[in-house]
Design a protein. Structure first.
Length: 289
């Protein structure tokens, strides 16, 4: 009798659950459409003529598909060189950032030392310092080290300083790992770097993926630092700074700029889709701790 009543209740709830699921899916689909529309419009504008951009309104389907806009962006505007520069700077920045922030996070997460709270407070306080306030001393230091107008200078500025958020992610993750792992490695004769590189760092894969994506996005789209460090060296420009090539004194090549923006967005979208699961796992794992 009880089983029959429970079955009747489940059958009565099924239509409500289905209706709630349909409403939720429609709501999320609408939000996704609004979210993705600017990207779709950019891709559409990259295939239109200069006049059609201003006359077609919100229409996403071009009347004539002008793929030569991509050729103009890639060859004429020198985006092939900018792409290589951006890849070099971004990859090196990600590697340097992971090295610096993982080491800092490991020490802060696993060791107790005098002044640890002060160090954490200072690090967290730097989050509230605008980047514009530090660019002048950064440029002066780079100039004195002869790193201005160079890719190496950009890499050191973007990745060498580290990011507090990334340090905290590594710190929270390393703090959650059992101490027996380190103790076993030390008993086997491993030193500090061996314990870190061979035991602890391989276990931090989700956080490494998360930091890699965040830093990849930051370095790939960074505008201020590459602009300052390539002011007198246009050949060292990155994709974000290279957009200036489409802005003339009297007019702007909007279709070429849209094509260039699409070219620069494609690697970002692909990287995120490939690593999105590890990105979510890393954020969830660090926050949980």
């Amino acid at each position: 009798m009880a089983a029959t009543i429970a079955e009747q209740r489940r059958r009565a709830l099924k239509p409500r659950i289905k209706l709630r699921t349909v409403v939720t899916m429609l709501f999320l689909t609408a939000i996704c459409a609004v979210w993705i529309y600017p990207f779709l419009w950019t891709v559409s504008a990259s295939l239109k003529s200069q006049q059609e951009i201003f006359t077609s309104g919100l229409n996403l389907i071009p009347k004539s598909w002008l793929f030569e806009n991509y050729q103009r962006a890639w060859v004429t505007a020198n985006f092939s060189t900018y792409m290589v520069n951006t890849i070099i700077v971004t990859v090196a920045t990600v590697i340097l950032t992971i090295t610096v922030t993982s080491l800092a996070g490991y020490v802060l997460g696993r060791y107790d030392f005098i002044g640890k709270r002060l160090v954490m407070g200072v690090l967290i306080g730097t989050v509230f310092i605008p980047a514009g306030l530090t660019i002048i001393p950064t440029v002066q230091l780079a100039n004195s080290l002869r790193l201005l107008n160079s890719l190496l200078g950009m890499i050191l500025v973007l990745g060498g300083t580290g990011d507090v958020i990334h340090v905290l992610l590594f710190s929270a993750y390393f703090r959650s790992l059992p101490k027996e792992l380190e103790e076993a490695a030390v008993l086997d004769g491993a030193g500090f770097l061996q314990v870190f590189t061979r035991v602890m760092l391989p276990l931090a894969g989700p956080v490494i993926a998360t930091v890699s994506i965040l830093k990849f996005l930051g370095a790939w789209n960074n505008f201020f630092v590459p602009l300052v460090f390539t002011f007198s060296r246009p050949d060292l420009r990155t994709l974000s700074v290279g957009m200036f090539a489409f802005v003339g004194q009297n007019e702007t090549d909007w279709t070429g700029m849209a094509a260039a923006a699409t070219i620069s967005l494609i690697p970002v979208v692909l990287i995120f889709f490939v690593m999105q699961r590890r990105f979510v796992d890393g954020i969830a794992g660090a926050v949980k701790q």
